[in-house]
Design a protein around this ligand. Structure first.
Ligand SMILES: Cc1cc2nc3c(=O)[nH]c(=O)nc-3n(C[C@H](O)[C@H](O)[C@H](O)COP(=O)(O)OP(=O)(O)OC[C@H]3O[C@@H](n4cnc5c(N)ncnc54)[C@H](O)[C@@H]3O)c2cc1C
Length: 316
């Protein structure tokens, strides 16, 4: 039995884990990856105390180092279900079932999918959602980027430096990045913008070999051969698997009060997955720390001890 299980190893989950571990709570983080969205960004230059442009992967690597130095444990497993077991919780992944006295939900936002035939089957076999993470695997290959927002344009610009040809499918007749970025991308010789075509299928047997599309205005159909497809169409709260467990808001984010409590006693939430405004690394890290301290207080009270927090640095 763990004192606390944290779902997600992004800024919120890692920061929460640091704080629970420092409070000597036995802590397990279960996550599908390390670093979450922060690790998918090229550069972060607004995280306080980190001067200059620093790669998100490097920052999140430091989060992990700090967390593990305080004794926290982590495994890469996707949590599929959480059940109440008396006052405690069963946290279930395809690989394991763990028990905890408290849970912190910090599973952030996930990349939106195209929801077209072939996408699911070819994930990791040509279909990817992170140019920063997976771009180097496509060095020298012909690739496509789907999306019109700045993330898509950044991805296309980056890939144009390592790939001979980049097809950009904005799926509309304009780009939605900043004026400067839009013009920059339009001016790159090896980026071909395929205007107004909706992707209808990713084709290929065991790896992607082309995308099929239909013109939004004329319904004309066509196919573009490529070896990698980067889907950059935004992020959503994938909370379907907890919708019957904790209360969600209209945007399907987890509702929390100012103590990071959900409607289920013992279950806390932090970061982008919650209804807290401002989705930023520093906000997630702060919310994770708050949730952790509230979990500590909750477990103290449950154990019949005073629910009063001394500062985390050990003062009175
Ligand atoms: C392209 C881009 C650029 C950005 N640039 C900046 C920037 O410059 N500065 C800034 O401050 N913010 C930036 N942000 C926002 C910032 O990255 C996020 O607000 C922050 O990282 C969110 O952290 P989080 O821990 O709340 O969630 P996430 O980072 O989304 O982490 C969630 C974690 O949960 C895991 N997970 C999801 N589902 C499950 C499950 N079922 N079981 C187990 N694990 C699960 C994920 O794998 C991930 O590790 C950017 C975001 C993007 C997408």
């Amino acid at each position: 039995m763990w004192d606390v299980i944290i779902v997600g190893a992004g800024a919120a989950g890692m920061s929460a884990g640091m704080y629970t571990s420092r409070r000597a709570l036995s802590t397990l983080i279960l996550s599908t990856d390390l670093g979450g969205q922060a690790a998918m960004t090229d550069w972060i230059e607004n995280y306080p105390g980190v001067v200059g442009k620093t790669h998100g992967v490097a920052i999140m690597g430091n989060f992990r180092k700090q967390y593990e130095e305080f004794g926290g444990k982590m495994r890469f497993e996707e949590v599929k279900k959480i059940e109440k077991a008396g006052d405690d919780f069963n946290v279930i992944t395809p690989q394991s079932e763990e028990q905890a006295r408290a849970v912190i939900l910090a599973f952030g936002l996930s990349p939106c999918e195209l929801k077209v035939p072939g996408e699911e089957r070819l994930k990791g076999k040509g279909v990817t959602y992170c140019a920063t993470c997976d771009g180097p695997l496509y060095n020298g290959k012909v690739v496509g980027v789907v999306g019109s927002i700045s993330e898509a344009l950044d991805a296309a610009e980056y890939l144009s430096k390592i790939c001979p040809k980049v097809y950009l499918f904005p799926q509309r007749d304009k780009l939605l990045g900043s004026a400067v970025l839009n013009e920059k991308v339009k001016g790159i010789a090896n980026i071909e913008i395929v205007w107004n075509k909706k992707i209808t299928e990713v084709a290929g047997e065991d790896k992607a070999k082309s995308v099929k599309w239909a013109d939004i205005a004329t319904n004309e159909v066509g196919e573009t051969p490529l070896e990698g497809l980067f889907v950059e169409i935004g992020y959503i709260a994938k909370t379907d698997w907890v919708k019957d467990f904790v209360e969600l808001d209209a945007k399907r984010q987890i509702k929390v009060d100012k103590e990071n409590r959900t409607n289920v006693p013992g279950v806390y939430a932090a970061g982008d997955i919650t209804d807290v405004d401002y989705k930023q690394v520093v906000v997630s890290a702060g919310e994770g720390a708050k949730a952790a301290l509230e979990v500590y207080k909750y477990l103290q009270v449950k154990a019949g001890k005073p629910g009063v927090l001394t500062p985390d640095w050990g003062g009175v």
